[in-house]
Design a binder for this molecule. Structure first.
Ligand SMILES: *Cc1c(COP(=O)(O)O)cnc(C)c1O
Length: 442
């Protein structure tokens, strides 16, 4: 990477004063930080005007590109009216309209929206609400949670306790409450090359067996529908969700759909669970909901769950709160995002884009060092055969030299581009990814 002296001084100051997330800071002795000055559409520009194609949507949040004119205008107008007001005792147009529109997207089935500021907090809320629902219903023994092997639900203590990614979890295990994990339907794990559908059925049996034994002490099953993201874009058959829904119904256990990554069109439908034709009891959204502009998350739930809290007793209410709950600017950004879905017929157009990228990527699928090339909606992933223990870091650095922001998870390389990516940018992405792979040692 070429780093100028202007960039250099920002790097030193950032490494000294900013403790960066998901980072062993010592690695920045040799791996320079990238100081970004501005963004436009698919591209990020550093302080020297070097550009990088944001092929991971800035950690999976950006949907319609950087500095999107439509969202910018909506936010500027909102700034003139109201930036924020507390949501206890007060309300405002953006939060009402957003809740109504989200509810409508679930066909009114998940008609009650509770807001927070980030994904992990949404997961905390869903877990607490589920537990509290059973308590309010006199089922005080239902206090446990079950999740999928290799699942990821965020890194606050409650969310981390249902997460199953050793690198993030093991250090903190003395702080965490136990939760159970059942087999993942990830078809890459099939010992005898079973089909994705077989894997789905086998994993669903494991969940059924678990619930059969433990339903009396289980409040909820939490799952990332269709794609387990942080473990390395593990994709699975939608049939799993249908069977899991049946098992949850049969054993009276809530289903929490954590669509923080897969929601907002990422999976190819607006909600990933729609592909299974089911409805969860709780739906968590964040990341793309504001188009990648502002921190916002929401937990949506059903009439019966809401009704179990509605009472003369204060303690039976859901007293959870965050200072920025329902922030007006964030809600406005989310409304503008939903408007763009309609205005630009995004879900439909993404299908065409995905087909174009799949056609352009046939050399990736056929590459001798690449395995399991896969795609769901607007996510692509594959494993690169390598003996380099620092593959992810070395790939990331080499990709930056080729104007690409890509951040592999272990040996899994993935593309999760903003939906505004055009044909040329898709071709550039594929072409340069192949160059990066060929430049790195096996
Ligand atoms: C990112 C993510 C979270 C956590 O969201 P944060 O905003 O990072 O706290 C939870 N679940 C899934 C599936 C995610 O991808």
């Amino acid at each position: 990477m070429r780093i100028s002296t202007r960039n250099d001084s920002l790097l030193t100051r950032s490494a000294a004063a900013v403790w960066h997330p998901c980072t062993q800071m010592k690695q920045h002795e040799s791996l320079p930080l990238v100081p970004i000055a501005r963004g436009e559409g698919m591209w990020l520009y550093d302080c020297d005007g070097q550009r990088y194609l944001d092929a991971v949507s800035s950690w999976w949040v950006n949907l319609f590109g950087h500095a999107n004119a439509y969202i910018n205008a909506a936010l500027t107008a909102q700034l003139r009216e109201l930036e924020h007001v507390m949501l206890a005792g007060f309300t405002h147009e953006p939060v009402i309209e957003l809740s109504e529109r989200l509810s409508a997207l679930t066909g009114g089935k998940l008609g009650h929206c509770f807001y927070a500021s980030d994904g992990a907090s949404a997961v905390e809320i869903a877990l607490k609400m589920s537990f509290h629902y059973w308590r309010n219903s006199g089922r005080v023994g239902k206090t446990g949670f079950v999740s999928l092997a290799n699942g990821y639900h965020g890194e606050t203590l409650g969310a981390l306790s249902v997460t199953d990614v050793a690198l993030f979890k093991d250090t903190y295990s003395p702080l965490l409450r136990h939760s159970a994990q059942v087999a993942s339907p990830d078809w890459r794990l099939a010992p005898n090359g079973e089909s994705p559908r077989d894997c789905a059925e086998q994993a669903a049996h494991a969940l059924e067996r678990y619930l059969e034994q433990h339903h009396g002490e289980t409040a909820a099953f939490i799952v990332e529908p269709l794609i387990q993201g942080a473990t390395g874009m593990a994709m699975y058959d939608a049939h799993y969700l249908r069977l899991a829904r049946q098992a949850c119904d049969r054993f009276e256990v809530h289903m929490i759909a954590d669509e923080i990554m897969v929601g907002c069109g990422r999976s190819g439908t607006f909600f990933a669970h729609d592909q299974a034709g089911i409805k969860p009891d709780f739906l968590c959204l964040s990341k793309g909901i504001t188009g990648g502009y502002l921190p916002l998350s929401v937990v949506m739930t059903t009439d019966p769950i809401y009704a179990a809290f509605y009472d003369d007793s204060v303690a039976r209410g859901f007293l959870h709160s965050h200072s920025y709950t329902g922030n007006a600017l964030a809600c406005r950004a989310a409304l503008a995002t939903l408007e763009l879905f309609e205005r630009d017929n995004v879900i439909e157009n993404n299908r065409k884009k995905a087909a174009h990228l799949n056609a352009a990527a046939k050399d990736i699928g056929g590459h001798p060092r690449i395995r399991h090339f896969r795609n769901t909606g607007m996510i692509w992933a594959f494993e690169v055969e390598t003996r380099d223990p620092a593959f992810a870091r070395n790939f990331y650095r080499a990709a930056l030299d080729h104007e690409l922001l890509l951040r592999p998870i272990g040996s899994t390389v993935y593309f999760m581009p903003p939906y505004v990516i055009d044909d040329n940018e898709m071709e550039l992405l594929v072409e340069r990814t192949l160059k990066v792979i060929d430049a790195l040692p096996a």
